[in-house]
Design a protein around this ligand. Sequence first.
Ligand code: FAD
Length: 464
Amino acid sequence: MARNMDLKKTAIPEQDAKERAANFSEVSLGYTEEMAKNEAARCLNCKNRPCVAGCPVNVQIPDFISLITEGKYVEAYDKIRETNGLPAICGRVCPQETQCEQLCVRGIKGEPVGIGRLERFCADYAIAKGAKAVRCAAPTGRKAAVIGSGPAGLTCAADLAKKGVEVTVFEAFHTAGGVLVYGIPEFRLPKSLVQKEIDALRAMGVKIETNMVMGRVLTVDDLKAMGYETIFIGTGAGLPSFMRIPGESLNGVYSANEFLTRINLMKGYRFPEFDTPIVRHRRLAVIGGGNVAMDSARCAKRLGAEEVTIVYRRSEAEMPARAEEVHHAKEEGIVFQFLVNPTKINGSADSNVTGMTLQKMALGEPDASGRRRPVPVPGSEYDIELDAVVVAVGTSPNPLMREATPGLVTQKWGGIIVDEETAATSIPGVYAGGDAVSGAATVILAMGAGKTAAKAMLAYMGIE
Ligand code: FAD
């Protein structure tokens, strides 16, 4: 196939911005075969493969792209699956612009190859064709437990099951999937896709027990007594942080976690068809500049809010959200106020939110994160009118597991301390990974941690 030297990525069809801002269907519609082949032909198949080094799970990117150029889409999917168990998900939500695509040689003089778009294309194609079940080794009779069913836990469970281990996943919520189902909205990641991955895991023999708040229902010691030789903790970082400013307990102030969980997991956007009510606000502000803030703002818009504003204390250049999400949010009419920080949420006599006081900020010297520190501008406060505020300023690991597990050594902020090479915790046979260790990070890093742990857990049980 002739090389495509176009400097731009092959455009991907999307729902019209106005239309999609009023529905929860997926924004991006994905490549057709023709578009995928056209984009795949932009790959130079470089000898030194810089893109692979940028992928936290080392997907052999040029190999799968070259299979796409030959029209071998299912084979391309299988190639990705050699190192990444969730391509349909990663193709949609990975921050490719700071990983594989950032190192793509085509990006030097134009746009990098659309690696994420191609990954999504072959995953969707293969799933639609009925991707074949993963083959597992004969049962070994050995038992392992996985606590938490986010990408870290699911990946760990899959790798253990492949080797014939009897795996049970214990999940606190009534549905498995972690942030993939309770956080990331339907319009970015259709839940039916996550469900398919979970069904595939069940088809491999993995048991998933929901409504199991571990640390309360069962402890690590209980699991050991039940015959689980090794245990993985992948409980994420679901405890929301707040600003600690006056007015945060007013009616109409939400943590992003609560807001998104009500809408996504509990299907609040389909009330009354589903029985989780959600107040439809008129003027809403979201505090924060990450993916969680973008998702909250875009959900609020879809629920009918007339004006949704994101307030962020640094400038646009420092925003941690994926570039694509910021771009989509702007297209959908989300207003951005940069270099401002809330100092107070204002309320009425009956304790409902009426607005927020914001202070302007300037950028000072870089802080520990390498980003320029926001410095308050004295006397620059001003008020905006609102009827709801969503706080999306970060999360930390829930303290439940560490409080219920004597001997589990954690950081001061709650992250479980592990050996980097093996994901082993301070308790023999107990491993941990994902956001529960790193704090809020990414899907692909959580998956990588699940893989590392599974490898070490197999070694612990003496399974090759
Ligand atoms: P989680 O996905 O948090 O899963 C942990 C699971 O453990 C949950 O199901 C939880 O209910 C369960 N659990 C917790 N405590 C217990 C207990 N005591 N007993 C049993 N179960 C328990 N990353 C990206 O790469 N791209 C994105 O676009 C992106 N967008 C995001 C948007 C939002 C709104 C959020 C919140 C995060 C986003 N992230 C994104 C981050 C990414 O989703 C996380 O880094 C990733 O899900 C972490 O995986 P995990 O398996 O460690 O934890």
